[in-house]
Design a binder for this molecule. Structure first.
Ligand SMILES: Nc1ncnc2c1ncn2[C@@H]1O[C@H](COP(=O)(O)OP(=O)(O)O)[C@@H](O)[C@H]1O
Ligand SMILES: CC(=O)N[C@@H](CCC(=O)OP(=O)(O)O)C(=O)O
Length: 307
């Protein structure tokens, strides 16, 4: 008898290794479904909390790109703009979830968003092995914005005042040429939510709104909004895992969603109306939240799709 002959039990792999292989085979149908598709990922300022989260986010983005998904990152940075304004002694306030933006604030918002935060994210993706290119909506006239027309209602101590939001913009035209060119050449575009107006002014755009407009123009398969909650929660703090656009008005009307969740959900609805297959609100504080949502049967967060 040769000593090299194995008995059957020796051929069984280590259970931990087997579990890893099974994770990969569970991902197979999703890998096949999403190769060649476009995902827009909005990375919010609150989700950028610590280096560990940043590294896991960057790894997810690079992995998606490596398996053939065209990933476009649109980032926020509200808390970071707030700290810079404070350091510079410039007062800042939000009305209806939007930052009242005078010329000086617009200048500082652009400096923080298109400067430091944009380059930080580009750096993280580079560290994870991807080739990111940081731009803002001004580059190649990606996003031409218009001043938000309506005044916002500022309710303070029971008195309602109508406030001109200043240089707060909403995307009016998205030219996806630069995104398609970068993606096709293997780069990962990282977009700061700053737009250029027909009037030549710089406009500060809510990052959810920017991501939704970009996803709509690209007809993305998925829009991911990474934030600091598990997803949309009901009144008992239970996760609502599946929603259709028709649910949103009801959730608004009965007060289930409030504050920053309102523009977020409106963004999801507009994106779906513009041709995005589905939008997902995800907890960016959970490591590898995107991979778990995309490549496992359970998913995570709240999925919004046409009914
Ligand atoms: N029903 C709800 N479910 C989850 N979050 C909600 C809900 N209603 C209001 N919110 C608030 O919305 C916030 C997310 O919006 P926002 O602060 O604008 O996030 P980001 O800065 O990541 O864009 C949550 O932290 C939570 O305070
Ligand atoms: C008009 C407006 O409010 N713009 C936002 C842009 C950044 C943003 O939206 O960042 P988050 O996603 O991190 O909140 C602001 O100035 O804070």
């Amino acid at each position: 008898m040769g000593a090299s002959m194995s008995t059957l039990p020796d051929l069984l792999p280590d259970p931990a290794m087997l579990a890893k292989a099974e994770t990969l085979t569970e991902a197979l149908p999703y890998l096949q479904r999403y190769a060649g598709k476009t995902f827009v990922v909005k990375y919010g300022g609150h989700a950028m909390g610590n280096p560990e989260m940043a590294r896991s986010f960057a790894e997810d983005v690079v992995l998606l790109k490596a398996v053939g998904v065209n990933v476009v990152v649109v980032h926020g940075g509200g808390p970071q703009i707030g700290s810079m304004l404070k350091r510079l002694g410039v007062e800042s306030r939000f009305v209806d979830g939007l930052r009242v933006t005078d010329a000086e604030t617009a200048h500082i918002a652009e400096m923080v968003l298109a400067g430091s935060i944009n380059k930080e994210i580009v750096g993280w993706i580079g560290q994870a092995g991807g080739k990111a290119v940081g731009i803002s909506g001004k580059d190649a006239r990606l996003v031409v914005a218009e001043k938000v027309g309506r005044d916002a209602a500022d309710r303070n101590q029971g008195i309602e005042r109508h406030v001109d939001l200043g240089f707060v913009g909403e995307p009016k035209h998205v030219d996806t040429t630069i995104l398609n060119t970068l993606s096709a050449a293997g780069f990962i575009p990282v977009v700061a939510p700053i737009g250029i107006g027909h009037d030549g002014h710089t406009y500060n755009i809510n990052a959810d709104t920017m991501a939704g407009a970009v996803a709509g123009a690209l007809k993305a398969a998925r829009l991911f909004l990474l934030t600091d909650v598990a997803g949309v929660l009901d009144k008992n703090k239970q996760l609502l895992s599946d929603l259709v656009p028709g649910d949103v008005e009801k959730l608004k009307a009965d007060g289930t969603i409030s504050g920053g969740m309102i523009p977020k959900m409106e963004t999801c609805v507009h994106a779906i109306e513009a041709g995005v297959d589905a939008a997902v609100i995800l907890d960016g504080r959970i490591r590898h939240a995107m991979l778990l949502e995309i490549f496992t049967r359970q998913g995570a967060g709240t999925l919004v799709r046409a009914g």
